[in-house]
Design a protein around this ligand. Structure first.
Ligand code: NDP
Length: 294
């Protein structure tokens, strides 16, 4: 019997682990779950037929999934689990992590005979609930091929390169989300000050070349409604854009727009609050313009 383990039952991990449980039921595997706040793991076990387990127990699984805020929290659990890991296992880290951490973590795990795949996901909490996440994977292709049947939460899986490449692609993708979200917010604040109806403006933009996921979905559903539902924390988006900036430095690239958006998102995080939804970053633009985007 193959043992799968999932650590980190947050907004993303909880529904991802639920898909793992359905997959395991169909194939005769078992799923262990671990969460820092243990009550969430026990609730997951009751709801989905998984087993709440200790860190020592999850460490002995054949395939270990993590979905934690940053690579720092992955480091924390990894150091506690390393003495108990099983040689031949694969560690699939679905955290939006740091490429340099991936290189170090892969080397550390290799000394335990464990293969590390950086496998961050895209698609939001709705994609996680629907089991339609896009997974971008860095690391050994053969290890991915072996683990891929267990990526039960995925709609699309792309092997993007060696260790760290998955985290790099995720960071740039989210920096691009930051760019379109921020720039569309600026444009709408200016239009609002000009007295234009913002619903009508978005109607035009979404049938024109300025459209994006921000203009088509995020801003109409979350900002204009003033709901800002907290499904993806602003602090996490700021972290991702910061990773894109670190990557730019490491490769000695030049990406001033990405760097500026990373700085603006960091400012918004400090002013608006890291736990607010990422779309609440636009509240800083509203303050800068004395203009609500509604
Ligand atoms: P959440 O804040 O909802 O969940 C975080 C999880 O990490 C919880 O299980 C939390 O445990 C656990 N955790 C926090 N700190 C520690 C720690 N020190 N040690 C052990 N466990 C810890 O985050 P998300 O699920 O939203 O995000 C997880 C990852 O997925 C992030 O890297 C994020 O950038 C990425 N992501 C998020 C998306 C989204 O739409 N939300 C979309 C795509 C990627 P506890 O329950 O005890 O707090």
């Amino acid at each position: 019997m193959t043992t799968l383990a999932f650590l980190g039952l947050g907004a993303m991990g909880d529904p991802m682990a639920a898909h793992l449980a359905s997959h395991a039921r169909a194939h005769g595997h078992r799923v262990l779950v671990w969460n820092r706040t243990a009550a969430k793991a026990e609730a997951h076990a009751r709801a989905h037929g998984t087993q709440a387990a200790t860190l020592e127990e999850v460490a002995a699984a054949d395939v270990i999934f993590t979905c934690l805020p940053t690579s720092a929290e992955v480091d924390e659990v990894m150091s506690r689990m390393r003495p108990h890991l099983r040689p031949g296992a694969t560690w699939v880290d679905c955290t939006s992590g740091h490429p340099e951490a991936a290189t170090r973590q892969a080397a550390e795990l290799a000394s335990n005979g464990v293969t590390f795949l950086d496998a961050p996901v895209s698609g939001g909490t709705v994609g996680a609930q629907q089991g339609r996440l896009t997974v971008m994977v860095g690391g050994d292709a053969a290890a991915l091929e072996a683990a891929q049947p267990h990526l039960a939460f995925a709609g699309k899986v792309v092997h993007v390169g060696g260790t760290g490449a998955g985290f790099a692609v995720k960071a740039v993708n989210n920096a691009l989300l930051g760019v379109t979200l921020w720039a569309t917010g600026e444009g709408l604040a200016v239009l609002g000050r000009a007295g234009v109806d913002l619903g009508a403006a978005l109607d035009v933009i979404n049938a024109s070349s300025g459209r994006s996921n921000a203009s088509e979905n995020l801003i109409p559903q979350r900002v204009l409604t003033r709901e800002f539902p907290a499904t993806f924390a602003l602090g996490l988006l700021a972290k991702d854009a910061g990773i894109a900036t670190d990557l730019t430095q490491r490769v000695q690239g030049s990406a001033p727009v990405l760097a500026q958006v990373a700085a603006l998102l960091r400012a918004a995080q400090h002013v608006v609050g890291p736990a607010e939804d990422h779309t609440a970053a636009l509240k800083l633009i509203e303050a800068m313009n004395a203009q609500e985007i509604r």
